[in-house]
Design a binder for this molecule. Structure first.
Ligand code: SF4
Length: 63
């Protein structure tokens, strides 16, 4: 398993992560910023890897 880290200070609220990996990411109804629905993912989870790669604000990483 890998840990998912989301930096809400960097998040721009684009919603790309929630579209790409809806099982792990959502957006806050109040401010549109990223919410982690699960803070771990399988090493081979391509959806989560894509979400991290596609985040336009570089706010996501795997640890
Ligand atoms: S893709 Fe990045 S900038 Fe967009 S909501 Fe997710 S964490 Fe925030």
């Amino acid at each position: 398993m890998v840990k998912i880290v989301a930096d809400r200070d960097r998040c721009a609220g684009s919603g790309m992560c929630a579209l790409t990996a809806p099982g792990h990411f959502d957006q806050d109804d109040e401010d549109g910023l990223v919410l982690l629905l699960a803070d771990e993912a399988e090493d081979c989870d391509d959806e989560v890897a894509d979400a991290v790669r596609l985040c336009p604000a570089d706010a996501l990483r795997l640890a």
